[in-house]
Structures are given as C-alpha cells and as structure tokens.
Design a protein around this ligand. Sequence first.
Ligand SMILES: Nc1nc2c(ncn2[C@@H]2O[C@H](COP(=O)(O)OP(=O)(O)OP(=O)(O)O)[C@@H](O)[C@H]2O)c(=O)[nH]1
Ligand SMILES: [Mg+2]
Length: 289
Amino acid sequence: MKVGFVNIFGKPNAGKSTLLNALLGEKLAIVSPKVQTTRHRIKGILTTSDYQLIFSDTPGIIDPKYKLQEKMMLGVKSALEDADVALLMLDIKDNWEENDTLFSSLKLKVPSILVLNKIDIVDTVKLEEAKKFFEGKPYAKKIVTISAQSGINKKNFLKSVLEFLPDGEPFFEEDQLTDLSTRFFVAEMVREKVFELFADEIPYHTTVIVTAFQEKQTLIKISADIIVQRESQKAILIGNKGEMIKKLGTMARAEIEKFLDSKVFLELFIKVRPKWRDTDLFLKEYGYF
Ligand SMILES: Nc1nc2c(ncn2[C@@H]2O[C@H](COP(=O)(O)OP(=O)(O)OP(=O)(O)O)[C@@H](O)[C@H]2O)c(=O)[nH]1
Ligand SMILES: [Mg+2]
C-alpha cells in the first residue's frame, strides 16, 4: 500500500483549498476570492485498498506582519517538515518569477510537483509558455496543469502523486476524512460567509469560534462567537436593523446543514476583543496554536 503526506503549498489565492476539496470530493476547506482565507493546516485523508494519501491544505505563504499570521505560517512550517511529496501550486496568471523565487526558497528535500492552476482562464499559448518557464526547475520533478475549480482528472492527478510515494502502513482508519473537529469546520463555514459578505479589513480582523454544539432530537443547536477587534466592526457586522448578521446567519446555516446533513439552529454572538490578532491568550482561545 502506498502511504504518505502530500502537502499543498503556494501563495495566497493559488487555489490550494479548492484543490483539496476537489481531491476529497467534499468541501472541507473554505474558499474565497480574497487572499489569506485559510489560516490552519487542514488534512484531508483519501484511503482505498491501494493507498492512503494524507493531503494537507496550508495557508498561503506570506511574510507575517502580526501574530495571527505568524501562527498561520507555523502551519506551513509543520507541513514542510513532514511532507513526502509537495505540491507547489500557482495561479497561472500570477507572476511566474515571484513564484519561482518562493518555491526555490522552500529548499524542499522531498520530491515536488509543480501544479499550474486556473488553466481555464488562459489560452494554450500562455499555458505552453508557463510550462516552458518552469520546466527543468529543481523543484518541478513534474508539471501538472489543472483547473481545480472546473474539476480535475483525479485518476491522472493521483497517478502523478503516487509515483513518488513510499509503501507503508496506513496512519488513519479507512473511513477517517480529516483530523479536525466538526466544531472547527462549523466555525470555518461562518468565517467563509464573513469573507463573502464583508470587504476591506473586516474578514482579516474577524475570527469565529463555536461555543456550544448540542445534538437535539430533531436538530443540532449551535452557538458561535464572531470576534472582531473594534466596536465599529461589530456595528458593520450587525448592519442596519440587524440585516447583515441575519443574512450571515442564514447563509452560514445553509452551508452547515449541508455539511452535517441535519437541521441546524444557529445562534451568533459578536464580541469585541481589541488586538486579538496580536494577543497570545486570545489566539490560543480561538484555536491558533
Ligand atoms: N478560474 C479559476 N478560479 C479558481 C480555480 N481554482 C480556484 N479558483 C478561485 O480562486 C480563488 C482562491 O481559491 P482558494 O482555493 O481559496 O485559494 P487558496 O490558495 O486556498 O487561498 P488562501 O487560503 O488564501 O491561501 C477562489 O475564488 C477560487 O474559486 C481555477 O481552477 N480556475
Ligand atoms: Mg485556502
């Protein structure tokens, strides 16, 4: 049996989370058109009788400016350390030189595959140019071109990955999909809607934590805190006569019900915690280790 950690790296917005979801056939990681959506390393496990692949989605690599971002980069670091194969992913429309510099700086000792994503938005000429640019780079043992959003040829994709993996014993039970809790994914779904509904600094000053999760007879009752840094942000989240928080709740609930396959009662509370992004105690409380 082929077994190994297949960790996805790249700049923010490359499409890493979209790829993880496509590979797993399940929406595990939240996705948004804004940068720095993912803040944690998220494992997605794919097991058959022939292999167990433990994929990891990671936060987009950045130069951290505050403590939350430092914690985000710790998730990247741990994934760099235990990868058996690295998937180095970029948005084909992004700057190739910049990505080249980033991928070289990772100094990977394990085989890595260059994944050119979003090929649906370029013509074949551009695609060939990109392939030529990356061909022969030491970190590009192989080049794979995909559109993670329109759907990938999973069989082909996995074939490229399996080539580089060792034989081994599985680490996880065959029906285990991830190593993170349901509460984590629920909080993420609320956070995804914050990314969708609000602009500017709001998504970046916000986090979400589930504070109660009770399975009742006919539904699941969930309470979550939405944490912001300032009173003015709380007012924006609430909106005129509460219309924004209501909209947020409705959208998040729909997503959570799909994920849990159950009716859900969702209660949201907004809390102001000045400078939570730079305060160790808050970061820990909100799940950023
Ligand atoms: N056109 C197109 N858009 C894509 C493709 N893959 C992802 N996207 C979009 O690109 C944006 C970013 O996707 P994500 O999966 O959130 O990117 P990410 O690399 O996880 O980003 P961070 O979590 O911020 O590091 C989203 O709007 C996706 O819908 C693709 O193949 N084609
Ligand atoms: Mg992501």
